[in-house]
Design a protein around this ligand. Structure first.
Ligand SMILES: C[S@@+](CC[C@H](N)C(=O)[O-])C[C@H]1O[C@@H](n2cnc3c(N)ncnc32)[C@H](O)[C@@H]1O
Length: 290
């Protein structure tokens, strides 16, 4: 995360989502190489770290501590590497993403991995996911890492989750902490500074540097727009949708290098100095009443 674009006319929600779609379509193509996705698909033992970490956190909330046999809706599944991991852990996964490129790549990877019968993919934007899945209900609705900031309206997101869950079903999210998006690296002072909104604003923050978190390549579709959603908003929309929170945690590590204040390797990053000062991720499990 680097500089945003100050004082331009803010885009409409439709314009922002169109920019985001072009940006994510391009990233999906780029990520086949930068995620080493084909090698991942070819190794039947391979499981993404995000999915492994999620399973550990979800275990106390799952029947028998396992995903075996569960119907899972994976929201904002991107190119499907986490979805394939969940399928390899025994789930029947339906991944949903608004990027046609991401969904096409995810289908090809699931086919290549030999799990196309248990990892299927549907193109749909949030909040239209429930309608796109034709009223199907799931044991688990799962989403992770880099998802909420792309959504202008979390009430619609929570309503979609509620309408996808069976009564008694579980929702789980492992996500970058919104505090992280309020901070930026100040090169001159060599420290993190509060540079962006933490609390929700109607206008998104616009990023125009074409930077991608997994690749040194610059994107051609450079503009993307993210909306700030404080933790209180995320929890409140889920409660308002009728879900009951079963666990909530904040974490000192994350899976990617969000700024120059971080150290790490192999997908585990933390703040170099004072990691006790800023949360980097949060996780939450909530249940739809039976
Ligand atoms: C950071 S990625 C999620 C990454 C995923 N955890 C992974 O690494 O595989 C965010 C995903 O959200 C999707 N997305 C962004 N805005 C969306 C929207 N409005 N509706 C549905 N999907 C959206 C993008 O296409 C992208 O695949």
């Amino acid at each position: 995360m680097t500089s945003d674009v100050p004082s331009q006319t803010p885009p409409s929600v439709a314009e922002a989502l169109a920019d985001n779609l072009a940006n994510w379509d391009e990233r999906a193509r780029l990520h086949v190489a930068s995620y080493r996705a084909e090698a991942f698909a070819d190794d039947p033992e391979a499981l993404e770290l995000v999915a492994r970490t999620s399973l550990e956190l979800m275990k106390p909330h799952l029947p028998g501590g396992s995903l075996a046999g569960l119907d899972v809706a994976h929201l904002q599944c991107h190119i499907g590497t986490d979805s394939i991991s969940l399928a390899r852990m025994g789930a029947y996964v339906t991944g949903v993403d608004f990027s046609g490129e991401a969904v096409g790549i995810a289908r090809r990877l699931a086919d290549r991995a030999g799990v196309a019968d248990r990892a299927r993919f549907v193109r749909a934007s949030l909040p239209e996911a429930a309608a796109a899945l034709g009223g199907r209900l799931f044991d688990l609705v799962y989403t992770s890492v880099g998802v909420l900031t792309w959504l202008p309206d979390l009430s619609e997101w929570a309503a979609a989750i509620d309408s996808l869950l069976k009564p008694g079903g579980l929702f789980f999210i492992l996500e970058d902490h919104p505090m992280l998006f309020a901070l930026d690296w100040d090169e001159e002072r060599g420290r993190l500074v509060a540079a962006h909104p933490y609390f929700h604003q109607p206008e998104p923050t616009t990023w125009a540097d074409g930077w991608d978190y997994s690749s040194p390549e610059r994107l051609r579709n450079q503009r993307s727009h993210g909306w700030a959603h404080p933790l209180s908003e995320t929890i409140t929309v889920l409660l308002d949708a009728g879900l009951r929170v079963e666990s909530f945690k904040e974490h000192r590590t994350m899976f990617w290098e969000a700024n120059e204040a971080m150290v790490g390797a192999d997908g585990e990053w933390t703040l170099r100095d004072h990691p006790e000062r800023v949360p980097l991720m949060f996780s939450l499990a909530a249940r739809k009443p039976a």
